[in-house]
Design a protein around this ligand. Sequence first.
Ligand SMILES: CC(C)(COP(=O)(O)OP(=O)(O)OC[C@H]1O[C@@H](n2cnc3c(N)ncnc32)[C@H](O)[C@@H]1OP(=O)(O)O)[C@@H](O)C(=O)NCCC(=O)NCCS
Length: 430
Amino acid sequence: MGRPGRRVAIVAGLRTPFVKANTAFKDFSALELGRQVVSELVQRAEIPPSAIDQIVFGTVIPAVQLSNIAREVGLASGLPKSVDAYSVVRACATSIQALTSAADAIALGEADLVIAGGAEAMSDVPIMYSRPVAQAVVAASRGRTLMEKLQAFTDVSAKDLLPVPPAIAEYSTGLSMGESAEKMAKENGISREEQDKWAHRSHFLAAQAWEAGKFGKEVMRVLTGKSFDQVVAEDNIVRKDSKLDGYAKLKPVFDKKYGSITAGNSSPLTDGAAALVVCAEEKAKELGLKPLGFLREYAYAAVDPGWQLLQAPAFSAPKALKRAGMTLKDVDLFEIHEAFAAQVLSNLQAWASKKFADEHLGGAQPIGDVPEEKINPRGGSIALGHPFGGTGARLVHQALRELEEKGKNTALVSVCAAGGLGAAVILERA
Ligand SMILES: CC(C)(COP(=O)(O)OP(=O)(O)OC[C@H]1O[C@@H](n2cnc3c(N)ncnc32)[C@H](O)[C@@H]1OP(=O)(O)O)[C@@H](O)C(=O)NCCC(=O)NCCS
């Protein structure tokens, strides 16, 4: 079984190092991060620019000047001006959406070769002003005299002048991601110890993978500084000296009294970008590009954001497996986005639960208990970081490289996202 239409290959991928917000990339915009990754990816993959049909790109917290960041990334990175471009957003699954949109266009024969990816510059989030200030600015711009311009501000209070930073909170429920993860931990009985253990595992495995040089094919070097004379070659969130007992000392952040979510077991606010080259199998052959793997199937799902915000992978993963005619034993690797350790453990718990399948999946067979060694063997978003727009492409490329190294065939990539959304992608190498 497989998706209808032409077979879709992923022939290359690349990401910047992922760094904690307000550190090494603090002066970069999402556009700059996207530009760097796309231009280097195209060069490294040795793709003739004339073969690129489209760029699909996204960012989750966009700058107001960049309503179609995909087009700006395409132009800034030197792709031919004739390369079509559109932007997508699906919260933390944004670059999964970029991939599947590219794949659909390729399957249908609308495009042969597409760059798909995303970027996030949490160091450069747009800071807004209150509605009264915005209205006064517009009114002042219409004023003909200085007096008329000043009069526009007479109703603006001192409080209105305070800048409004973007909230990482659900618009519909008002709960932050962290508060929603806290709710999931409580409702699913995920203990602080289990969360800390998972977070420590993430750092340990990521540090081990860096040490072993496993990210060499995945991560580019980025030049920073006023004269572009400083090199950022590695992620800077991974703790090389992670110790399990260090996690227990951290205070809960989102429910200070009864909570279990800490800075240690959450993904951090991150800057970075990632992109993939997606191509029709026949076009890859024609251009002499060797596929890293193929997109076999994908599925999305949505749950009530007021229920368990980050639990939609409990629906999207079984849906993708069912569509592909596969079961747990057919999957060699699970790359699961780690927004919070509590979310990963909740997703895994639901995948294994007969009760969950009976109550929510119409009595279908649960996926089953995923052996831990099959999950995120190079660490996950808690340690590697999570630039919202870039994480999906990072997961897909990392999964394909891990399969390549282990000589295995199939991976399931799973991403939870704001809005109660979930994505699952099944990749295969042969
Ligand atoms: C949780 C969060 C608020 C923490 O932010 P922060 O306070 O800037 O975090 P820091 O990295 O400064 O860590 C706080 C402290 O914990 C310590 N710490 C963090 N991780 C640690 C670890 N693994 N082991 C030991 N100590 C750790 C830090 O060293 C720091 O200590 P200090 O205060 O003595 O310097 C922030 O990362 C966040 O909002 N994350 C969630 C992002 C989100 O919602 N994502 C959406 C997912 S869909």
